[in-house]
Ligand binder design. Structure first.
Ligand SMILES: Nc1ncnc2c1ncn2[C@@H]1O[C@H](COP(=O)(O)OP(=O)(O)OP(=O)(O)O)[C@@H](O)[C@H]1O
Ligand SMILES: [Mg+2]
Length: 344
């Protein structure tokens, strides 16, 4: 790492940064959303340009099975990790685990936090023990009896260990047992792993961004996802299809018209969830607020999408006056400070 006179005006040391990512692959896929979690090259280039613009030198490292060799050759100071990993329930933890094994600093949460957050059921169990309100749920296994533990319909079905709305199709809410059975049959036919059945919370939807650590941790005001029309019958679900055609279905509002008490509860819970999982540098958490004003934690994304002009995280940051390049820089600086590589 170069220091002192190489310090750029923005206060970022001129570090050599390896951007680590998995790209969407072209070809035949089992479902339309099979590649949903992966990034496009535009996102990787957006991050590269932001880092180079901040005075760093960024190299691109695709997170394939040769990653360890590439890391040994490239001699980077820090990794900017957006890799979703390849296969398995622990896939998001693969890259941080490799980096931690090689003692290479990296942006974002560690392998454990990423693996827990990718498992929505595990996360719900954990955050419940920190008194964060989350909808009632049951984990449903393939070819096993469906036990709903006294849950009430409507019930939303989603894969336990997916993100980017993968497995949350335009029809994902069941109003009765018959619809539930049909949904499960379809989902088990397309997606691997267990399904999460969760009480569907009718009401407003918010997503909250977090950036920085400790005394520098900033939790942005909640951004509301305002539905222009129902997405399935009378339900409102930010599904894969809705995200693809977001202009047709939703509007984004930040700051949202939300009472102080609910906003404080969402912000406090987000802080609690980040601490419970050990999320660092940046994250995004999703909530529904039911008609009686209660906030329900839905999930946390410790590797929120960074697609410029598309992902919720850059969008909500921009509403709060932080442009894309600044956001990327802030994520890097948060990590550099954590490792003692930038002034705290
Ligand atoms: N219990 C629930 N009640 C009402 N709506 C829900 C519930 N769970 C999920 N949803 C809807 O489904 C959407 C996607 O769910 P969730 O955020 O859990 O999945 P995801 O695929 O991990 O999302 P992301 O793209 O944010 O990673 C939510 O934004 C919300 O609109
Ligand atoms: Mg979500």
């Amino acid at each position: 790492m170069e220091q002192s006179d190489s310090e750029v005006p923005l206060g970022v040391p001129r570090v050599r940064v390896g951007i680590i990512y998995n790209l969407k692959k072209a070809g035949q896929h089992k479902s339309v959303d099979e590649q949903a979690e992966y990034d496009s090259i535009e996102t990787v280039c957006g991050i590269r340009d932001a880092l180079n613009g901040a005075g760093c030198s960024a190299v691109l490292l695709e997170a394939d099975t040769t990653l360890i060799d590439k890391l040994k050759q490239e001699n980077i100071d820090i990794a900017f990790n957006i890799a979703e990993g390849i296969g398995g329930r622990a896939r998001e933890g693969q890259v941080p685990a490799i980096l931690e094994m090689l003692d290479i600093p990296h942006t974002g949460s560690d392998a454990t936090a990423l693996c827990i957050a990718l498992d929505k059921a595990l996360t719900k169990r954990l955050v419940s023990s920190y008194k964060v309100r989350t909808p009632k749920y049951a984990v449903l296994k393939r070819n096993s009896p469906v036990r709903l533990n006294g849950m009430r319909y409507p019930i939303i079905i989603k894969p336990v260990a997916e993100g980017s709305s993968k497995g949350i199709s335009d029809v994902s809410v069941a109003k009765d047992r018959k619809e539930l059975t049909a949904l499960l049959k379809r989902n088990f036919g397309v997606y691997d792993g267990d399904m999460l059945a969760e009480e569907y919370i009718e009401g407003r939807e918010f997503t909250v961004g977090v950036i920085g650590n400790g005394k520098d941790r900033r939790i942005f005001p909640p951004m509301e996802i305002v539905y222009k029309q129902p997405t399935q019958d009378n339900y409102h679900v930010y599904s894969y299809g809705v995200k693809q055609e977001y202009k047709k279905f939703v509007e984004y509002k930040c700051p949202a018209d939300i009472d102080k008490k609910t906003e404080d509860e969402i912000i406090q819970n987000t802080s609690r969830v980040c601490d419970a999982l050990g999320c660092v540098d940046f994250a995004r958490a999703d909530y529904r607020v039911s008609q009686d004003g209660k906030a329900w934690f839905i999930e946390i994304n410790p590797l929120p999408g960074l697609a410029p002009g598309y992902s919720d995280f850059p969008m909500l940051a921009e509403f709060c006056g932080i442009k894309y390049d600044e956001l990327v820089k802030n994520v890097l600086v948060a990590a550099l400070k954590r490792y003692g590589m930038a002034e705290a």
